[in-house]
Design a protein around this ligand. Structure first.
Ligand code: GDR
Length: 329
């Protein structure tokens, strides 16, 4: 039986990846931080097949213990402080976890694997946020990285360190340069879910307005369920490599609002949306749009859900939640 260890299993991608690997017959281990982490209960409820191990990306010996306990064939390093806006307020902690945590995990995998005795394939969750001040449109695997947030800088470190472990030690280490990917499992601090949740609450009379920052920011938004499949495909290749994963379409926050409100029959949302300067970022990433042609060609990967379908899916899920009905992620 194949075994996989996932860090960041309590997040959106951990949810979808655990299910995908379980469906493929893997034994899935999830690394969870802290003994009384309230998210453990969520995992036990939603993903009962996941075997929980405790550990922390800041703690080398806990990672080595998790590797010894799970004896994985594949490690998916999804754990990070992942909220970009938070990274300015907590730059040092973001650097410790999101940058140095990658090195700690790579080193644990290298030492655990020995001289090829226990080969482990490694996936690093890299991010389109590394492109920052974009140098070309669309962005591909060779586009110059110019990160514009402490989070983006930390992710760029993890990306380059993953490449270095591949080149220095021959580790089967791949980096997925994933553009924004969303779902009903997204936590509500991210803009898509913040909007879908608010729209559902406004439509059901539980909220009167919504406060946002920059409505002109543009992102390449895909569906998280599609993107975890790309992660898995990367680790099935004979050779490790880096891949951009994206839809190739870019949309503004404003367009997301148009579709989300229209989905509940509201055409003029302007009176319902307030602006708060405090939600603007010290530096913004303006036009992210990814060129995933390498992933299409080599991995045979393509997205199945487009922007309009994604918005509908997210609003429908939040409507179901607000009405106390079962929700399909
Ligand atoms: P992002 O996602 O920073 O791209 O990173 P987020 O949803 O937080 O922001 C997207 C854009 O929306 C604008 N925006 C707001 N954002 C939030 N969160 N809240 C608001 O009220 C708001 N108003 C406008 C932002 O300015 C921004 O331009 C996500 C994360 O998942 C990262 O971890 C991941 O690496 C990248 O996607 C790819």
């Amino acid at each position: 039986m194949r075994r996989a260890l996932i860090t960041g299993v309590t997040g959106q991608d951990g949810y979808y990846l655990s299910r995908l690997l379980h469906d493929k017959g893997y034994e899935v281990f999830g690394l969870v931080r802290g003994q009384s982490n309230p998210k453990i209960e969520m995992i036990q409820r939603e993903l009962p097949f996941v075997r929980i191990l405790t550990g922390d990306l800041l703690d080398f010996s806990s990672l080595l213990r998790a590797l010894e306990a799970s004896e994985p064939h594949e490690v998916y390093n999804l754990g990070a402080i992942s909220y970009v806006a938070y990274s300015w307020e907590n730059a040092a902690l973001t650097t410790d976890v999101t940058a140095k945590g990658v090195l700690t995990m790579l080193e644990a995998v290298r030492l655990y694997g020995g001289a090829g005795a226990r080969p482990v394939r490694f996936y690093q969750a890299s991010s389109s946020e590394m492109f920052g001040k974009v140098q070309e449109v669309p962005q591909n695997e060779s586009t110059l990285l110019w990160p514009r947030s402490p989070y983006g800088v930390a992710k760029a470190f993890g990306h380059h360190m993953t490449i270095n472990y591949r080149e220095s030690y021959g580790l089967h280490a791949s980096s997925g340069m994933l553009f924004n990917h969303e779902s009903p499992m997204r936590s509500p601090e991210f803009v898509t879910r913040k909007i879908s949740r608010a729209v559902a609450r406004i439509a059901t009379g539980r909220q009167s307005s919504l406060t946002l920052g920059n409505l002109d920011a543009q992102r390449d938004w895909g569906y998280a369920g599609d993107y975890v499949d790309a992660m898995w495909r990367m680790l099935q290749q004979d050779e490790p490599d880096d891949y951009v994963v994206a839809t190739g379409q870019t949309h503004s926050v404003r367009e997301y609002l148009d579709l989300a409100f229209a989905h509940v029959g509201i055409d003029d949302w302007a009176p319902l949306v307030q602006h708060d300067e405090a939600l603007l970022r010290p530096a913004e990433v303006d036009q992210l749009v990814g060129d995933a042609s390498k992933a299409r060609r080599v991995l045979g990967w393509s997205p199945t859900i487009d922007f309009a379908a994604l918005v509908s899916l997210m609003v429908d899920a939040d409507l179901a939640r607000e009405r106390g009905e079962a929700m399909t992620p």
